[in-house]
Structures are given as structure tokens and as C-alpha cells.
Design a protein around this ligand. Sequence first.
Ligand code: HEM
Length: 147
Amino acid sequence: MSSYVKSGLCLALAALQISPDNSRHDVLVEAKVSQKVVQPLSPSNDNNNNKPSHDDENAAPRYSRTEVAEHCHYDSCWIVVNNKVYDVTRFLRQHPGGDDIILEYAGFDATSVFIDKGHSRDAYEMLAEYFIGEVTEKDWLPEMNCT
Ligand code: HEM
């Protein structure tokens, strides 16, 4: 698939808020259908309780899921895990599970798959190195437990 076509596809799926494996879609639809605001769960730090403050000028950059979806390429690969945005472009070639498996989720929410694969503590620590910001509050999804 050409990168031009893939870009378009990523953006279209992002507009519909659908992950490649559809795993996080139900959560969002359920939250919207029940007209409940998704709990404003803070993207907690892996050390926990480092809640972002809106007044904090040094707060991490915020990205909408549509912005994240633009980074769905080998040359620019962002993923979301628990409402945090990671630029894992530099890591693709180092990934023990191969680059393809991450690229499937490039531009998308990879929370379920990252956690379900049972990554080690080391993997979580590595992930933290690629943190670049947080998802904008309107696009937050309920967090999943990492343990
Ligand atoms: C995007 C979703 C991802 C998927 C689906 C995925 C999947 C996998 C799989 C299947 C393995 C096992 C490889 C094997 O048995 O040989 C693995 C291992 C590993 N992955 Fe990922 N991975 C993802 C993202 C990441 C990210 C973003 C990082 C860190 C920045 C990472 C770090 C590691 C590490 C360190 C291992 C070695 C085993 C461990 O320490 O847990 N992975 N991954």
C-alpha cells in the first residue's frame, strides 16, 4: 500500500476513532452512547499520580488523536498507550518483536495490544523514554492496568 493511501486510511480511521484491531473502539462508543463524559483519568506517570496541571506552563504537549494519526509511517511512528503519546520511530528497528508489529498500530491507540503482549518492566521503562506528550482531554479513554 502506498504511504499516501496509508496516510489517508489512518486519518479516516482516526476520524472514526477506530484502532486497527478495533480494540479500543467499543470503549469509546460505549462512553459516548451512554452520554457520560469519559472519566477524566489523568494519563498517570508510570510512577503514578503525576497528574498534568492545566495551569502548569511546563505541562506536556497535548495531541488530538487525529494529530497522532498523521504519524503512521516508518519515518514517523507515534502510538498511544494509556492516553500518553510516544514517538517510537527510533525504536522500530530495535524492537525485539519486529518493526511490523508496531507499525500496525502506528498513529493509533496501542494500549490493549501493548499490555496484552505481557511486556516486561524493562519494556515499560523503554517506552517511557519515547514519551512526547499526552492525548487531549476530549480524546481520553479509560486507562488499562499495566500489571
Ligand atoms: C505497538 C505495539 C507493540 C506490540 C504489538 C509489541 C509486541 C511484542 C511482541 C510480540 C514481543 C515478543 C517478541 C518475541 O517473543 O520475540 C515484544 C517484545 C518486546 N517489546 Fe514489544 N510490542 C509493541 C510495542 C513495544 C514498544 C513501544 C516497546 C518499547 C518502547 C516495546 C518493547 C519490547 C521489548 C523490550 C520486548 C522484549 C521482551 C520484553 O522485555 O518484554 N514493544 N513486543
